[in-house]
Design a protein around this ligand. Structure first.
Ligand code: NAD
Ligand code: UDX
Length: 453
């Protein structure tokens, strides 16, 4: 089928950037991104490109090029479904917070709602593409809903998981390591291959069966997260033995079998994907009775929780076993640099731990709003337990300690002497990202410690 109209349900961190790039690279295809969330759609249509709902370097340029030409954002879901030959489902699949599988399984209610809506509205044949990350064999459920509640039209289901990382979404989409398409209908697969072939080399477009494709996404995230937990486990050992985790990471990363990427010790991984997807994998393994497999992967999340709490515990212990009433400046709130996304950010856990110890926490992040930070802490305005600042120098003033939670480049460029002079003494810095120059910080007079060194 030649694709002329694409609809994407879900205008979030994946749907927005992914569809913007498809529209940019395929000017002959109309791409309509729809969402139930009116505020989000309004923000995608904002004439001020700096105010798009997702912050990603380079995204404003892509949207500027395509929006209004062949890229549209709308709340009219039915219309977009009706007009499209190909429908991407890119809605959220969070961890289920109720019933069976609570705290582990993926909550597929939004996926099911989409399937039912597509079935109800579609009056012509459609290719339905799973873009969301889904448990292996979800396509079976989607197919059953479509075929049993539809209007007799033909549906083909493809799995096309997204591998972009936030903060580098646009470059990842422009130059993907691979595009993965799973399906069991050659013609449907070919239709999607042709969309990507507008800008992705054919040898990077991998086609598999549906189940391999679904499972590859969970597996890729599990492997990536496992590397972070592995190096973080070693970081704790480094702190006890005077080995330096940066040196260890470099030494092992030069082994081409290991590779140098994703070996940065940190305060713990965050983001909306890693924990959710591993827990989902654990749940799937358990549901097949594969308890050893489940336990093996669960350890990645257990290690990550340990790393986050270990970081806050170290702050308390170093500050003479009490932070009660002490001002602790937190630099960074996003789960990584170059994004305004805070989902599962290690900063949230660390702040909660410090607040529980009655610290006076003050936060600065270059891209995250005060409202978001307070929302993350479920804080109402009558009960202001933390302060959020817009000037990092003010935030650090009179602080007993600074904790670096996100690796924003701008933190490296600060006048650290000026910050030191304004702080309570001794002036502690806890670098959760190994971001600053240890030697220089010590020369200024800071009591400086970084994860794993
Ligand atoms: P998100 O929460 O940012 O966006 C999802 C959007 O879907 C929301 O705006 C929501 O309003 C909308 N939505 C939900 N149900 C809807 C419905 N029935 N009709 C219309 N709109 C509906 O989520 P996200 O980060 O974009 O993730 C989407 C999927 O992609 C998830 O499965 C996630 O695991 C996967 N994924 C995410 C990333 C990432 O970096 N964030 C990367 C790869 C894959
Ligand atoms: C991840 C996957 O990388 C991506 O392929 C998938 O599509 C979605 O999930 P994302 O969560 O956006 O992407 O960012 P990523 O760069 O993977 O970082 C995840 C977390 O791990 C961040 O908190 C990051 O700071 C942390 N991390 C990453 C480390 O602590 N050390 C590292 O070496 C790498």
């Amino acid at each position: 089928m030649k694709i002329k109209n694409i609809c994407c349900i879900g205008a979030g961190y994946v749907g927005g950037p992914t569809m913007a790039v498809i529209a940019q690279k395929c000017p002959n295809i109309n791409v309509t991104v729809v969402d139930l969330n009116e505020a989000r759609i309004t923000a995608w249509n904002n004439p001020d490109f700096e105010k798009l709902p997702v912050y990603e370097p380079g995204l404003d340029e892509v949207v500027k090029e395509a929006r209004g030409r062949n890229l549209f954002f709308s709340t009219d879901v039915d219309k977009a479904i009706e007009e499209a030959e190909m429908i991407f489902i890119s809605v959220n699949t969070p961890t289920k917070m109720y019933g069976a599988g609570k705290g582990m399984a993926a909550d597929l209610k939004y996926i099911e709602l989409c399937a039912r809506q597509i079935a109800r509205v579609a009056k012509s044949d459609k290719i339905v593409v799973e873009k969301s990350t889904l448990p292996v064999r979800t396509a079976e459920a989607i197919k059953s809903i479509l075929d049993n509640t539809g209007n007799g039209v033909n549906f083909q289901i493809l799995s096309n998981p997204e591998f972009l990382a936030e903060g580098t979404a646009v470059t990842d989409l422009h130059n993907p390591d691979r595009v993965l398409i799973g399906g069991n209908n050659a013609e449907a697969i070919q239709s999607l291959v042709e969309v990507y072939a507008h800008w992705v080399a054919k040898d990077k477009i991998l086609t598999t069966n549906v189940w391999s494709s679904e499972l590859s996404k969970l597996t890729a995230n599990a492997f990536l997260a496992q590397r972070v937990s592995s190096i973080n486990a070693i970081s704790e050992l480094c702190e006890k033995t005077e080995a330096d985790v940066n040196e260890v990471a470099k030494a092992i990363g030069m082994d081409s079998r290991i590779g140098s990427k994703f070996l940065k010790a940190s305060v713990g991984f965050g983001g909306s994907c890693f924990q959710k997807d591993i827990l989902n994998l654990v749940y799937i393994a358990k549901s097949y009775g594969l308890n050893e497999v489940a336990d093996y992967w669960e350890q990645v999340v257990i290690m990550n929780d340990h790393q986050k709490h270990r970081f806050s515990k170290n702050i308390v212990q170093t500050l003479y076993n009490t932070v009660s009433g002490k001002r602790i400046a937190m630099l960074g709130w996003a789960f990584k640099k170059d994004t305004n996304d805070t989902r599962e950010s290690a900063a949230i856990t660390v702040a909660q731990d410090l607040i529980a110890e009655q610290a006076k926490v003050v936060v600065y992040d270059p891209k995250v709003s005060e409202n978001q930070i307070k929302f993350d802490l479920e804080q109402d305005h009558d009960n202001e337990i933390i302060e959020v600042g817009t000037n990092p120098y003010e935030v650090c003033k009179k602080a007993h300690a600074i904790a670096i939670l996100t690796e924003w480049d701008e933190f490296k460029t600060y006048d650290w002497q000026k910050i030191y002079d304004s702080m309570s003494k001794p002036a502690f810095v806890f670098d959760g990202r190994n971001l600053l120059d240890k030697q220089k910080m010590k020369e200024i007079g800071f009591v400086y410690s970084a994860v794993g060194s």
